[in-house]
Design a protein around this ligand. Sequence first.
Ligand SMILES: [Zn+2]
Length: 91
Amino acid sequence: MNRKDADIIYEDLYELMERVREKYTLAGFLSVVHSVTILKTALEKQIAKKSIKKPRTHSGGSLCPTCNKIYFNDEIVPNYCNGCGQRLLID
Ligand SMILES: [Zn+2]
């Protein structure tokens, strides 16, 4: 998943939401908005982000760019953060 793919999906989701808004009750529309919000959060975590390297003066390691979980060994930064599920870009 990359930013371009995600943006295409968002455009489709927003178009679908417009159609839902026209045809559904307010409660039904709000339910769909809630689901789209959850989908967007999950989708954003599939776009790989580079971990943030801490300066060696602060005991080294890397941080998850989304939740700031600290990985103390740069050699074993996982593909996904086990704190929040963010996909991590490995150098
Ligand atoms: Zn994280």
